[in-house]
Design a protein around this ligand. Sequence first.
Ligand SMILES: *Cc1c(COP(=O)(O)O)cnc(C)c1O
Length: 362
Amino acid sequence: MKEKRIYNFNAGPAALPLPVLEEIRDSFLNFAGSGMSIVEISHRSKWFDDVINDAAARTKRLLNLDERYHVLFIQGGASLQFCMVPMNLLKDGESADYVNTGTWSAKAAKEAKILGKSVKVAASSEDKNFSYIPKNISFSSDAVYVHITSNNTIKGTQWAEFPDTKGIPLISDMSSDIMSRRFDAKPFGLIYAGAQKNIGPAGVCMVIIRDDMLKRVPATLPSMLKYTTFSESNSLYNTPPCFSVYTIRLVLKWLEETVGGLDKMEEINRKKGAAIYSFIDSTEFYRGTAEPGSRSLMNVTFRLPDEELEKKFIKEAAENNLGGLKGHRSVGGCRASVYNATTLEGVETLVDFMKTFEKKNG
Ligand SMILES: *Cc1c(COP(=O)(O)O)cnc(C)c1O
């Protein structure tokens, strides 16, 4: 079975750690001695309570969150958060700053505008096709929050350091790099992450929200669109995506107990990044699309000399058990997503293939 698995560089849904998949398989018919599968038990049972509480507790430990932060599990993906954030946190007459670093940032700002909210684009990297992360941004002093996308899955850029907002709460879409590195959560009022990139399967979005943000939630919103509905019910107002939450919990357990925490995970991710970027920098054949200081450790985007060669590269890679290397349909080119579950061995195998391909076609 194991030997049939490929090196999976998909951008999302993406590879999950093999020990997690094995544990799911092994406990699938009889979860925690219940005699039922995790997909058959009640979300109101003690069994599921333990699962969701442990997932939240591990999130708090891994990210070093203090007691002001609440971990919520909400359906609708990161895309629902694009509208939930302004609905819940931005009142009429108030304004928020957004930094536009690519497709997902733009979509987040678009939803706020659809709702008629006042949104300012404080900085943008559109002038250079989103190949960099803007620096030295001056934010509006009256902004209620500053929204950023910590890792730009499609453009292959990532904030190496978060901007200084002078006390304005930061909000970040961390869908494609949550749990990949250590960072100081204190400047953040809210963090959200669709699970299917780095922490689990599709179907759930993790939302981390601070007390002062919860106080902003208007009473007039429908229940399912209010953060307080989720914070007051431990994300059990209605049936949560039980299997997705369960898998997140297993991934976080793997991160804590097998990998050894976020410092260790970051060290591994930096080694992976160094292996592939140093190779790309050493050749003319492959060309990274992101500026070196803004490169993502999660999504490595690159081009070959022409589109024909790119097609051939992706096809031959797949024949060599290296899957998911096609760039996003909106930008083309190639992309290797090397999330937490991708091993250094997987990255080295890819680099070896890239070298061989260049020798034959360069
Ligand atoms: C994939 C992705 C999204 C969209 O997530 P959905 O869960 O499909 O809504 C949003 N933001 C970022 C950064 C992403 O990578």
